[in-house]
Design a binder for this molecule. Structure first.
Ligand code: ADE
Length: 239
């Protein structure tokens, strides 16, 4: 059976998914998780907590756990999905719309002082981590078959350890990285998954427009955004 690891940065980003299925909770000192299954997949669902460091350590922890723990029969993780909310960077996006990353970057990675391109970690060849095109195609066809008022956008997601709520930062992220949306974990997941040779999918619902109104609209709209997103993720995994 194939293993899919699903990670939200916050408990409320995975709660609707857990509530809709038959999951068993596994307690652990670090990164408690839930295990469930569909006809095709074993699902491991967890919370990383906020930011790139938390996400990177969470992803590496589960890649190693699934390889080593007897309960997983020495299986590998076949796909890692990050679901959660994001701020809109492109003005094509409305609150509630869904964004699937076709590539991810870190908007706060800056080694320009040593002569590197903005956003480039010198340990890697590119500013961007690309998502497997087949995975994106599958999300798109699942969304096309759904009856929803919210659009699915496919584009760059930029991550950083910052909640974006100013016009200047938003313009910087759009102009420098061509990003559609911003959040605080996806690119960390992409980097660790890439380094381990594991496929990944980052899919986010827009909770706010990453502007001066963002702190208020984020809080108000987050629960609704997560419900839309959960429907799409459930259909993707066939649960
Ligand atoms: N997640 C949701 N909205 C965000 C924003 N405006 N900045 C960073 N992460 C977010």
């Amino acid at each position: 059976m194939k293993n899919i690891l699903i990670i939200g940065a916050m408990q409320e980003e995975i709660d609707p998914l857990i509530a809709s299925g038959n999951f068993e909770k596994k307690d652990a000192d670090i990164f408690p998780y839930y295990v469930g299954s569909t006809d095709e997949y074993r699902l491991i669902v967890t919370v990383s907590r906020i930011g790139k460091v938390a996400m990177a350590s969470c992803v590496q922890h589960f890649i190693t756990l699934v390889k080593c723990a007897p309960e997983f029969d020495e299986h590998e993780i076949d796909l890692i999905i990050n679901m959660g909310v994001a701020g809109a960077i492109s003005n094509k996006l409305r609150q509630g719309d869904l964004v699937v990353a076709d590539r991810l970057c870190q908007h706060d990675m800056d080694v320009v002082g040593l002569g590197y391109e903005i956003g480039l970690n010198p340990d890697f060849e590119s500013v961007y981590f690309d998502v497997n095109k087949k995975i994106i195609e599958k999300v798109k066809s699942v969304h096309d078959a759904m009856d929803t008022e919210y659009e699915l956008h496919i584009g760059t997601i930029a991550s950083g350890d910052q909640f974006i709520s100013s016009h200047e930062k938003k313009v910087f992220i759009e102009e420098t990285f061509g990003a559609y949306a911003c959040e605080m974990e996806g690119a960390a997941l992409a980097q660790v998954a890439f380094s381990n040779g594991v496929d990944f999918l980052v899919i986010r619902a827009i909770s706010d427009l990453a502007d001066g109104e963002a702190p208020m609209s984020y809080v108000d709209f987050k629960p609704k955004a997560i419900v839309n997103l959960t429907q799409l993720v459930e259909k993707y995994i066939g649960g």
